[in-house]
Design a protein around this ligand. Structure first.
Ligand code: BGC
Length: 473
């Protein structure tokens, strides 16, 4: 049902082939560092809060602000990034993200008081938001079609590695409450990102759109020495000629590209409302409720069962995304996520009705742990990497920067809402129904993806663009 013949550009994927050249390794480094910054920042705050609270004697409200304003900054950064990436180019947007992020990390680490700390969190968020748009976009445009899923999944792998490393760093530094080091350590990858972004190639697709064909050809020869860049340039120029001039925000939201925008935004929302960040942010508390009584048992189980498994299972996506395709992974993953969430809900029912004196986790606690491992695994090979992959490949070139920015900002906004509401939801409807609600969203997401999301595996970005034309987007 989702096959599209695209004869006009079908043979034009010059990026086809599977060779990873030295410059593609540099591209990969940009992707890995950008994802790593995102993930480290996502994971580190839980461990740093204790020390921050002690140093500045923060109120509950300020603790929430310190925790969540990074997300606000990221939301704003994501929106700005679309404009930056379209106007200045993908490479420069990544460079700016690295600079902003590094400044923000320094401000956080050296903050003399709460106001500066919150300012630092906002600046870091801005950098994270810009990187979260620019890096996968850059990956989508620079990678060979046959490897594109893997390249963008490498971004997700780096996100999960960042979260995992942050959990480990938190564990090591927690003994002496060195929160300044926990936050400040991210200056190192920030500086590395700046260094790599200075030398990495520019996106030929962006250069072609800017009418700079000779520079695009030069970058293509650099990325793929020995291959003739002309066929690809011709195909991109041909697709570009069918477009009606430069895109405005009006065109991004206009009727013509409604379908890809719905697919991108829908995937962004489903990635969050199926519960991943409720688990990432509140894992300690979930495990505490499931009977893991001591702080150290909670930290250990969170680090390995959530952080470690999340990272390890992302390799499944890297191995299969370009072979099995996006849809199969999404549908299989959502099934695993839905079933495991239903089990977590059921075991909480059991825990609350039978728990008497919690010392060690009982059967229901162990069932919760196993089900959460299945949940994280299922997310990590599907809704994590595949959502970012599809969001970055479905839009036509002239609206790509802005449309990806919109989908990414919606993703951050959904993450913010879910993480803010999770504890209140548990208060209002109980643990079990909260997890069952997430399970229900997995079911809805499955049906929607089955009908709405096309397979993009193995097609060039220009061929994917034809899907919407063929279907009358
Ligand atoms: C999501 C994040 C999430 C992370 C977990 C990403 O794809 O966008 O919200 O925390 O995966 O691995």
């Amino acid at each position: 049902m989702h096959d599209i013949p695209a004869p006009d550009v079908a043979a034009a994927d010059h990026t086809g082939g599977q060779t990873v050249t030295p410059w593609l390794v540099v591209v990969l480094a940009v992707i890995l560092l950008s994802g790593g910054l995102f993930g480290y920042d996502q994971g580190v705050i839980s461990g740093a809060l204790h020390g921050i609270r002690a140093t500045f004697s923060l109120s509950a409200l300020l603790i929430e602000v310190v925790t969540s304003w990074v997300t606000l900054g990221a939301l704003f950064g994501a929106l700005v990034a679309g404009e930056l990436a379209d106007r200045l180019g993908r490479k420069r947007a990544v460079l700016i993200a690295g600079i902003v992020f590094t400044i923000g990390s320094l401000v956080e680490a050296l903050a003399p008081g709460t106001a500066v700390l919150v300012g630092g969190r906002l600046i870091v968020g801005l950098g994270v938001g810009i990187a979260a748009v620019a890096a996968p976009l850059y990956a989508a445009e620079l990678s060979p079609s046959a490897l594109r899923g893997r390249f963008i999944s490498a971004y997700q792998l780096a996100v999960t590695a960042g979260i995992f490393i942050a959990y480990l760093v938190d564990g090591w530094l927690s003994k002496n409450d060195s929160w300044r080091w926990m936050l400040g350590l991210s200056v190192a990858p920030g500086l590395m990102l700046i260094a790599v972004a200075l030398v990495t190639p520019r996106s030929p697709r962006w250069l072609i759109r800017a009418g700079r064909l000779a520079e695009a050809a030069a970058e293509m020869r650099r990325i793929r020495p020995g291959a003739d860049p002309q066929p690809e340039i011709d195909s991109i120029v041909a697709v570009r000629a069918q477009e009606k001039g430069p895109a405005s925000w009006g065109e991004v939201f206009g009727g013509q590209w409604r379908r890809p925008l719905l697919v991108g935004v829908g995937l962004a929302v489903f990635q969050q409302i199926t519960g991943i960040n409720a688990v990432i942010y509140y894992a300690d508390q979930i495990f505490a409720a499931a009977g893991f009584a001591t702080q150290s048992s909670q930290t250990t189980v969170t680090t390995w069962a959530v952080g470690g498994v999340n990272m390890a299972a992302t390799f499944i996506a890297i191995a299969f995304i370009d072979r099995l395709g996006r849809r199969k992974l999404l549908l299989a993953g959502l099934l695993g996520m839905g079933v495991s969430l239903a089990v977590v809900g059921a075991s909480f029912e059991f825990i609350t009705t039978t728990a008497s004196g919690r010392g060690a986790p009982g059967l229901a606690g162990i069932a919760t742990l196993v089900a959460l491992v299945v949940f994280i695994t299922s997310f990590a090979f599907s809704m994590g990497p595949v959502v970012w992959t599809v969001i970055n490949e479905i839009f036509p070139a002239h609206i790509r920067g802005r449309a990806v920015a919109v989908a990414t900002a919606v993703n951050w906004a959904s993450a913010f809402i879910v993480s803010q509401m999770f504890l209140s939801l548990i208060d209002a409807i109980g643990d079990s129904f909260t997890f069952w609600l997430f399970a229900l969203f997995c079911g809805l997401g499955w049906v929607w993806i089955f009908y709405a999301v096309p397979e993009t595996k193995g097609r060039s970005l220009e061929q994917i663009q034809q899907i919407w034309k063929a279907k009358g987007a």
